[in-house]
Design a protein around this ligand. Structure first.
Ligand code: SF4
Ligand code: SF4
Length: 709
């Protein structure tokens, strides 16, 4: 990994009583160390990548505490890692992005939750839901319900988050059940402070090893033990958890003077709800609120007595629960019905079933509910102000109009994956349209303009598997796109071995950029480097494919457009049956630029010669048809006014962001476009030969000009 987390690592060293200041996700990392974990692991993904990234660089802290760190190849292996807590009194934590990661991990999670744990087991899930999310919109809550795992959803405030981590391990041990700690995007990035505690070494760890646990059939997720475990979940573990939640005050009751009404809210939504109530004049900036609230820092299980106590004396209660279906509202309704409580319960009838509960959405919901719950409240002024703000926004949107061009997200400047999609577009000019099975990763950006390539995305590393049903039905072989991250995460087994097993005849393009780039540039099994002291990585994709029995494998430079188009054409048309794999090799440009920046700065400081390459477009030659932009998509390729007063079309222009990858030049050549592209070499600290060469060139150009004149 090229990014340094030295500042964050300092925060992990803080001792008893020292003030921690920083982001929510880093507070969780510190809380894990304070909780005496014996092992940690996970698979990176927004919004929780930071947790593992920081720990990877904090190896000396982990060594001192005897903590084992596993950078897992997918979420299933991370979930299985928690199996250590089934037989050993060792606390463990893993992390991943949800919902997608939880889907991948779900088999292992079921097999973990059934026997239960004796050491605290925690899954820190980045709930990637709502505005800014990058995955399908589903809730992790369903997994907690179906597998009987407990779900913590802490109020986004650092002391509360840290307490939930620490108490979460205790809850897990008190009820022999794994717990999930759900952190929404905003909770991960909320900033604040808390009084730190000393980091704790575990009693069982890499520094305090134990012998194998005694054989215990009841610790296996296997019948007949599973029948007993299913009963234990509900007859012992659930009541134990509910007792613990009440005894340790994990949920919070916020008082208010309007005590005949109340709101029950997920902890993670509390901040937004407070702000909405403030908008309506019912709360202050510090969270003092007139409407009493029950803040559920644990959303599963609910403690029925706590719900009944909170609802006592209330005529109207609103459940604020983000996303559908309304699990909490239904559960609370059942608790109230069974106790024969007669109050008006509201929830999804006032608030939308789906989508993020932003302040605006919540305010609208409160304005629908409050007049029914407390008709005596005068909300006319805030309601008018809210409506005016909404009208203003609609007016602004109207003024912008539908004509504002969209700016879809795109690959980084100089990305090695871009040329592969240019090659596909060029090949399709000859072959006709091809079915392209897309995948998760940076390459999914090719689904946006100007490429608009990709028919389906079925999950991380699933492209080849998703093309398996398309191939036999299609006139042309489908192309599956997969990153090297996806290949190791799932694609090797789900796609490649299945294609070999079933004699699939498709084409797989593996984009080998050397990292899991989309999640923050982490190492993977085939990276040139690793996090280990010797810096060596272990695996090679080409060797692995050949060892499995793939016979048609070509490894090509991804920027070589001519070679890539030829290889694609051959793969699509060859009479040879079987899986055909093209490995498009090119280091992630983001990682490369980070690396080069440091190396070049050192070389410049030492007075060494440094060469930088840039591309440019000759204004006089550019015809202004911009097909280079449409085929390349590089953000450095833009347009500028035509300097020729006799021509009105803007000309193409390469801006200062160009990293000199050469792709645009290759496009111009491979697509037989205009010859307006040129390459410039910028030499810092030039040598004597560079200076002589420059003078020679200047003299030659001067002579040619004089001849021409
Ligand atoms: S992070 Fe790397 S692989 Fe991803 S778009 Fe940027 S350059 Fe390409
Ligand atoms: S060489 Fe061309 S494609 Fe590459 S970064 Fe520069 S402008 Fe973009």
């Amino acid at each position: 990994m090229e990014r340094s987390f030295s500042k964050e690592i300092q925060a992990l060293r803080l001792g008893q009583g020292e003030l921690f200041e920083g982001e929510g996700i880093l507070a969780v990392t510190k809380a894990l160390l304070q909780s005496g974990v014996a092992y940690v692991g996970g698979y990176q993904g927004a919004p929780v990548s930071h947790l593992i990234d920081v720990l990877v660089q904090a190896q000396d802290i982990l060594d001192d505490l005897g903590i084992h760190l596993e950078t897992c190849t997918n979420e299933a292996s991370a979930a299985a890692l928690l199996g250590a807590s089934i037989n050993y009194p060792a606390r463990g934590a893993v992390t991943w992005k949800s919902i997608v990661g939880t889907n991948v991990a779900s088999d292992a999670l079921s097999n973990l939750a059934s026997p239960g744990v004796i050491g605290g087991a925690m899954i820190v899930i980045g709930e990637d839901y709502g505005e800014g999310a990058s995955v399908i919109q589903e809730r992790s809550h369903a997994f907690a319900l179906k597998s009987s795992m407990w779900l913590l959803d802490p109020r986004p405030e650092l002391s509360t988050i840290v307490r939930c981590v620490e108490k979460g391990f205790e809850l897990s041990e008190a009820s022999n059940t794994p717990v999930m700690l759900e952190l929404r995007i905003r909770a991960c990035h909320v900033t604040g402070s808390f009084a730190a505690k000393q980091n704790r070494a575990a009693t069982v760890s890499r520094r305090a090893k134990v012998g194998p646990a005694a054989f215990n059939y009841d610790h296996l997720a296997h019948p007949p033990a599973t029948f007993k475990q299913e009963k234990l979940k509900f007859e012992q573990r659930l009541p134990a958890a509910q007792r613990f939640i009440l005894e340790h005050g994990l949920n919070e009751v916020m008082p208010g003077d309007l005590d005949d009404i109340g709101i029950i809210v997920q902890g993670g939504i509390y901040n937004a709800l407070s702000r909405s109530l403030q908008t309506l004049g019912l709360a202050d900036a510090f969270g003092q609120c007139r409407v009493p609230m029950l803040v559920l820092n644990v959303t599963h299980p609910l403690a029925p007595q706590q719900i009944l106590d909170f609802c006592t004396g209330k005529s109207h209660v609103l459940v604020v629960e983000e996303g559908g279906p309304e699990y909490l509202e239904q559960a609370i309704g059942t608790i109230l019905r069974r106790a024969d409580r007669n109050l008006r319960l509201a929830g999804k009838d006032m608030l939308p079933m789906a989508g993020e509960y932003t302040i605006e959405v919540l305010t609208r919901g409160l304005l629908a509910w409050l007049p029914k719950a407390r008709p005596d409240l005068d909300l006319a002024a805030p309601a008018t102000a809210f409506d005016a703000a909404q009208a203003q926004r609609a007016k602004a949107q109207g003024l912008i109009g539908p004509d504002l061009p969209l700016r879809p997200p795109t690959f980084c400047t100089g990305c090695p994956e871009r040329p592969v999609f240019t090659a596909i577009k060029l090949v399709e000019r000859e072959t006709g349209p091809v079915h392209v099975a897309a995948d998760i990763g940076c390459h999914a950006l090719a689904t946006f303009a100007p490429f608009s390539v990709g028919h389906s995305i079925l999950g991380y590393g699933m492209s080849l598997a998703s093309a398996a049903g398309v191939g036999p039905l299609s006139q042309r072989r489908p192309i599956a796109i997969m990153g090297d991250g996806g290949f190791w995460h799932n694609g090797l087994i789900t796609g490649v071995s299945s294609a070999l097993f079933n004699r699939g005849d498709g084409v797989l393009v593996v984009l080998q950029n050397g990292y899991t780039s989309a999640t923050g540039v982490q190492y993977l099994p085939s990276s040139k480097q690793s996090r280990h002291e010797d810096g060596m990585s272990g695996a090679d994709i080409e060797t692995t494919l050949k060892a499995l029995g793939v016979q048609w494998v070509k490894r090509l430079r991804s920027y070589g457009l001519g070679g890539m188009t030829s290889a694609l054409k051959e793969a699509l048309s060859t009479a040879k049956k079987g899986l055909k794999v093209i490995i498009a090799d090119g280091e992630c440009q983001l990682a490369r630029q980070r690396r080069l920046r440091g190396e070049e700065a050192k070389a410049l400081a030492a007075g060494e010669r440094v060469l930088r390459t840039r591309f440019g477009i000759d204004d006089a030659v550019c015809t202004g048809d911009h097909s280079c932009i449409r085929l390349s998509g590089c953000p450095s390729l833009t347009i500028k006014p035509n300097p020729d007063p006799l021509r009105s079309d803007p000309v193409a222009h390469v801006n200062q962001g160009c990293v000199g990858c050469g792709h645009c030049g290759e496009v111009a050549h491979a697509a037989v476009l205009c010859p307006s592209f040129y390459k410039t070499e910028i030499v810092h600290n030039p040598s004597l030969w560079d200076r002589l060469n420059h003078r020679l060139h200047q003299a030659m150009i001067g002579w040619l000009r004089s001849v021409g004149a």
